[in-house]
Design a protein around this ligand. Sequence first.
Ligand code: GLV
Length: 392
Amino acid sequence: MSRAVASPHVVNIADLRRLAKRRLPRVAFDYLDGGAEDERTLRENCRAFEAVTFHPRSAVATPSCDLRTTVLGVALDLPFLLAPIGSSRLLYPRGEELAARAAGAAGTAYVLSTLSGCRLEDVQAASRGPVWYQLYLVGGRDVARHSIARARAAGFSALVVTIDTPVSGLRERDVRNGVRELASRRLWSMLPFLPQLVARPRWLAGFVADGGLMKFPNVVLAEQGPMPYADVGAALEQSMVAWEDLGWIRDAWSGPVVIKGVHTAADALRAIEAGADAIVVSNHGGRQLDGVAPTLRVLPDVVEAVGGRVEVLVDGGIRRGSDIVKALCLGARAVLIGRAYAYGLGAAGEAGVTRAIDIMRSDLVRTLKLLGCPSIGELDRSFVEAPAAWRG
Ligand code: GLV
């Protein structure tokens, strides 16, 4: 392991965040770290975990702890997957491939965003674990059909359809840091925002050697070929998925469909009606509708409404293995971690992602031992206490 991310320099995810902040230009770090508007939901996603407390069973010997699970019938060594993060290639050269490789080596799945900088075939080839493809309709239906066919041919095992982006959330840090201007390729507009890039020479050297501003190689436009980089705000504006789209998406994709961006029990039921095989309770990491409830808070309600008909995953605010344990106790089949691994990617590339995964793994084992629970399959509501107002 790279010394820079080894203990004692890095003990937890917050340490990786600190290192990422040091290596990345402000515009890239804030893109990853920030959320929409007042960032209330971003903060609340994390704080919701503080409202749940543990009920341990002491003096129970757990010589080994089993972290294995299955998600959509696929065996995983860990109860967490790596969430789709757009533009990961701006965090580190060939970022998506590195993150997928680290996930596969750890025995878990990587979810590739449509808005990624690496070809989906290369990402699949980089991992020896399962890879899922996350779909936005940027570029329109035919472009999406083409990506879906490529993802299927490349061996992606599930399609994740994100339903919470009729428009981009207002990520104020991105506006202030000149994301739009920097993506404009007009020198005069870019100029005021360039000093932040020059201030991070190590990042800049890697960025230039990696080919400079990425394209979206999985969004192939009829006339232009791979879509030129657009700031994510602009891209999300063309990314809307409506319930009516699920029909043709299901027809185009023969494998399991995961619907991500469910905030309420009502939408969970709608997702099941639309043919989802699994759902992800997600508010897009607090990046879309600010003021929506933290995901952990709505998880019990959704789990109850779903009643075991499909698997329920959750993301948002997970920074420790104990957070994962709490989500599993409240009924999640598994969780997705996003920023937690991407801080590692931004800090040190693949070594940083591997370190983030290792931190989560050892947190999970330690938490299970302290709870007196030998396997994640045995976690249930009796190990936690959640506020009475949280239904489910
Ligand atoms: C992309 O989906 C983003 O939230 O930035």
